[in-house]
Design a protein around this ligand. Sequence first.
Ligand SMILES: Cc1ncc(COP(=O)(O)O)c(C=O)c1O
Length: 373
Amino acid sequence: MNRTKNMTISLMDLPGQYKYIEEEVLPEIKKVLASGLYVQGPKITEFEENFAKYCGAKYCIGVSSGTDALIFALKALNIGIGDEVITVPNTFTATAEAIVLVGARPVFCDIDPNTQNMDPESLEKRLTKRTRAVIPVHLHGNPADLDKIYRICKRKKIAIIEDAAQAHGSIYKGKKIGSHKSDFVCFSFHPVKNLGAFGDAGAIVTNNKKLAELVRKLINHGREEHHRHTLIGTTGRLDTIQAAILDIKLKKLDNWIKSKINLVEYYKEKLNGICKFIDTTPKSESAYHVLAILTTERDELAKFLEKYGIETGMHYPIPLYLQTAYKSLGYKKGDFPNAEKYASQTLTLPLFPHMKKSQIDYIVDKIKKFNEK
Ligand SMILES: Cc1ncc(COP(=O)(O)O)c(C=O)c1O
């Protein structure tokens, strides 16, 4: 490889992924268009069944986004005004937004400094009589320690809703995320996710039949049958076109994840001793929605790499309790030291299934060059 030649490397390369599936996807989209069934229909059921099977869960309900998945899960558990829901501050705002949107109060706890996932000890300290649910987030696709969270919550009858927006195909204790003992597991199919639609989409999986039936009503105007509405719901359904696209991509998902894991191993080998990565635990296998490194010169490195055509990301640079939107909750700087430390150090590097090792070589070369300066 000519190391002096500049490349342009995006964080995800969705157009590149589209090229791989175009031939399969276009006829399926045409079929949906010709069927006239744009909302609901057998294609939705087919995808829901396939995704439930993929996750190892009994029920899957396709919904309009990952945010809606969290909102419907909270609503189905009848969580609202006067209730508290504990989550982490180093997540996308949607996790806490969903709590606010059902009328409940988000309560934050700190993260484990090694995995950057929910710290069960900090969680335990935040429990009150009003705690109704806990939302662990599988950050970057790396599963949170569910066992410890179950141990704390189950005896107090506190519900658990996993935010698995970044964790399709991730594995905890040898089993896929979606198959464990939480009340609900919520997925996002936002285009950038490992299983991404061509627009907004999401899903909820559960092993609880009653809860599954309730969510199915909530996403469809409380409809019991045609012209009969037994509760207040809304329009929260997954689009049929998106279900058709997702069903094709689902068949490729494990291979795409495998490819990402191989690329991460290559990155780690090449950056050994140069960059620090976020740890997984022996219980968790990340599906690498993104790959993050930790550096105290995060902003400088991002700018340096940009000069060489390398796009990077930050997941997430500001803990939620320091965002203006959550000001009224009354948190302040210094409340959660681990969350704050890692918010300032986390930088995500380009990673996508069809990435070439030569692209990683180029990125590694530029990181080394940055370190030599
Ligand atoms: C951790 C997390 N939670 C929730 C969401 C919300 O998903 P969506 O964008 O599909 O509404 C996302 C996606 O961006 C996310 O990364």
